[in-house]
Write a protein that binds this ligand. Structure first.
Ligand code: PMP
Length: 395
């Protein structure tokens, strides 16, 4: 199967992890070789309720028995979409009261950038160095890493980058600016939290300039940081909120959320500004509704807090620079690349899946599912700490 995989599946790198999957359940992924891996990165911040949560699987099965795709997004009334949007907006501030459903994280950001340009009639966009917003042309244009952008230039014009958490340069947000797009916690950039005063200042500058503030919570949303959304940790509300990943319990869907006043710009000149055939697929929407209902009814946010507390106490000592982040969106910053690689490899040998973030090779992503039992959480963190101890002096 490995040979066929390499032959017919377009490869994304020379080093795919290459596990052949049999099935997945709860926090575990099982391979055809009979091994059981603990998914300590939740499929990159997707499976927050574990794999195949029973409530999500039930909702998917019921929806499959009713209907699959019936029409491009936005034309027909599909209860799965309406119920999810209703529940989601009931949890959000007043201005975030309408949901536009799409297919993925990057499409949510594409839609948000287009909406901001259309609503403001402006073209200038501001992003932050070290950010990640996705790999389609618009999202890539505002992603703050040259190595990913450069091969695809020219990208969108009139895009400018500022340093994250730096006040200098914020006057670039001016009357020509359509939007500022940012992650409240940079994920792929290496789990960098916003400074609470700085993020308020970004909001103020946007208000003064009439620019829209877009929060990309594609990675940080749906309970990962111990609140439903990360912006709740800060006293700041965005004009547009972008979501995906953990939203639909393992099914593909994205969304951008804003006010009816802003969304009005998408209905005219021309109508149908962002056509998406499969956006808000009914099976994904049904899964998202069940997923959110479960997330709101359990003690998952407390579990995220416990994960942070345990990780920050257990993961300390020589070789470890720091553990940073909030809740279950954490990064273990190690001394150097070799140590990082050895720790990831040793843990992989012990059937624990860890990984890097995209822009950093000295940071291990710690993002366990929020259903993980306390005992397993603590044992796993101790295994990681042991791997650091064993390898720190050999690198
Ligand atoms: N924004 C952020 C913050 C992300 O972490 C990601 C995915 N890693 C994306 C956007 C893109 O999402 P998708 O892969 O669903 O297009």
């Amino acid at each position: 199967m490995l040979e066929k995989f390499q032959k017919v599946i377009a490869q994304t790198s020379d080093q795919p992890m290459g596990l052949e999957i049999s099935h997945a359940e709860g926090p575990f992924i099982y391979t055809t070789k009979g091994r059981r891996y603990l998914d300590f990165i939740s499929g990159i911040a997707v499976s927050s309720l574990g794999h195949r949560h029973p409530a999500v699987v039930k909702a998917i099965k019921e929806q499959v028995d009713r209907h699959l795709h019936v029409m491009v997004y936005g034309e027909f009334i599909q209860s799965a979409q309406v119920d999810f949007a209703d529940l989601l907006t009931s949890q959000l501030p007043e201005n975030l009261s309408q949901v536009y459903l799409v297919n993925s994280g990057t499409e949510a950001n594409e839609g948000a950038l287009k909406l901001a340009k259309k609503f403001t009639g402006r073209t200038k966009l501001i992003g932050f160095n070290n950010s990640y917003h996705g790999d389609t042309h618009g999202s890539l244009s505002v992603t703050g890493r040259h190595i990913y952008r450069d091969p695809y230039e020219p990208l969108l014009p009139d895009v400018h980058f500022l340093d994250f958490n730096q006040y200098e340069g914020l006057d670039l947000i001016d009357e020509d600016t359509a939007a500022v797009i940012m992650e409240p916690i940079q994920g792929e950039g290496g789990i960098i939290e916003s400074d609470p005063d700085w993020i308020c200042e970004v909001r103020n500058r946007c208000d003064e300039a009439g620019a829209l503030l877009i929060f990309d919570e594609i990675q940080s949303g749906f309970g990962r940081t111990g609140k439903l959304f990360t912006f709740e940790h800060y006293n700041v509300v965005p004009d547009i909120l972008c979501l995906a990943k953990a939203m639909s319990g393992g099914m593909p869907m994205g969304a951008f959320v804003s006010s009816p006043k802003i969304f009005e710009a998408f209905k005219y000149d021309p109508p149908l500004n962002h056509v998406t055939t499969f956006g808000g697929h009914p099976v994904s929407a049904a899964a998202a509704y069940a997923n959110l209902k479960e997330l709101l009814s359990g003690d998952y946010f407390e579990k995220a807090e416990l994960i942070e507390e345990k990780a920050k106490t257990i993961l300390s000592g020589p070789g470890i620079i720091e553990v940073r982040g909030k809740g279950a969106m954490l990064g273990l910053q190690l001394e150097n690349r070799e140590l990082t690689q050895k720790v990831v490899e040793e843990c992989f040998g012990k059937e624990i899946l860890l990984g890097w973030t995209l822009h950093s090779d000295t940071l291990i992503r710690i993002a366990p599912p929020l259903i993980i039992e306390d005992k397993l959480l603590i044992e796993t963190l101790e295994t990681i700490a042991g791997a650091v101890r064993r390898n720190v002096h050999t690198t």
